[in-house]
Design a protein around this ligand. Structure first.
Ligand SMILES: Nc1ncnc2c1ncn2[C@@H]1O[C@H](COP(=O)(O)OP(=O)(O)O)[C@@H](O)[C@H]1O
Ligand SMILES: [Mg+2]
Length: 290
């Protein structure tokens, strides 16, 4: 019997997006049956699959508890439910910073908590969030706008993440480094997602993605992020089917972690040439045989 893989998406994107929709074909070439299913489709028996791979389950931020319960109910999930639980709340950034990882300065503000806004520009975003939704950029000269956004997040019982705005994102974007089964696969660059609060043009900046061959210090920093994470979670790197490390450069040019994506990352396949998708299919095969 050929192994069966279910690729988990959300009901709004029944066959995921253009980046991922060719994955079943890439897996079929390696003798793996794969199909798209919505994670919350009650008609699907997730227990029958040899592996369930989280891909585009991007509707979880407003129903995280339900999503995590579902993750825990799936016998063979990549990445594992415990990893997803840890990784879907950006408070992991503070844990990694405490372990010595270079992280964008991150302050968590729980509902009812007080905050001292960073000087200059800063970002307020939900600790459980994806796709830049409900993330906004503010300036310390107009704190009322930030106060209102914080109040709005808190009114929905959401913890906020406050970070200084990293200006390097406007100059060079953030670099995403993708690892498959713990081994570096490819990189790409994502342009700025948050419009400046002083930008009067009225134009929203679109998510500009481009291929990248990350500099050695970025690759080294990403390796360090993965090693520290795996030690913390008591995992070996090969247990992570995929990992995406998003880095920006700080004021002194040092690599800083903006986000570690172990749950449902876009993997930038369209930016990287066909090989990356083939490596992903191979990684799934390798994972099936663990
Ligand atoms: N501190 C920051 N400095 C500069 N840009 C930021 C910062 N935080 C977020 N952004 C912008 O907002 C986008 C979304 O934020 P991110 O932390 O990656 O959350 P998510 O992707 O989970 O929504 C980033 O890709 C980046 O463009
Ligand atoms: Mg991100």
């Amino acid at each position: 019997m050929r192994p069966e893989v279910l690729l988990a998406t959300c009901s709004e994107l029944p066959s995921s997006n253009e980046d991922d929709s060719p994955l079943p074909a890439a897996l079929a070439e390696l003798g793996v049956r794969a199909s798209w299913v919505a994670w919350d489709d009650p008609a699907v028996d997730f227990g029958r699959a040899d592996l369930v791979v989280l891909r585009s389950t991007w509707d979880y931020p407003n129903r995280r508890a339900e999503f995590l319960r579902w993750c825990e109910s799936v016998p063979a999930l990549a990445n594992p439910a415990g990893v997803v639980r840890w990784n879907t709340d950006k408070s992991y950034l503070v844990e990694l910073a405490d372990l010595g990882v270079g992280v964008v300065r991150t302050h968590l503000v729980e509902p009812g908590g007080e905050v001292e806004w960073p000087a200059g520009e800063f970002v307020v975003k939900p600790s459980v969030g994806a796709g830049s939704r409900d993330a906004a950029r503010f300036d310390s000269t107009t704190p009322a706008d930030a106060e209102a956004h914080l109040k709005w997040l808190h009114s929905r019982d959401r913890t906020a993440v406050v970070q200084p705005y990293q200006r390097a994102v406007d100059r060079e974007g953030e670099t995403a480094l993708v690892f498959l089964c713990g081994v570096y696969s490819h990189g790409f660059v994502k342009g700025p997602m948050l419009r400046s609060s002083t930008d009067e043009s009225g134009l929203f900046v679109s998510e500009g993605l481009s291929p990248s061959h990350p500099a050695a210090e970025l690759r080294r920093a990403a390796e360090d992020v993965l090693d520290t994470t795996c030690k913390l979670l008591d995992l070996s790197r090969s247990e992570l089917l995929y990992a995406r490390v998003d880095l920006v450069r700080g004021e002194g040019g040092e690599p800083l972690l903006l986000e570690l994506e172990l749950s449902e990352p876009s993997l930038g396949f369209r930016q990287t040439g066909p090989d990356a998708r083939l490596r992903f299919a191979s990684a799934v095969r390798a994972h099936l045989n663990r």
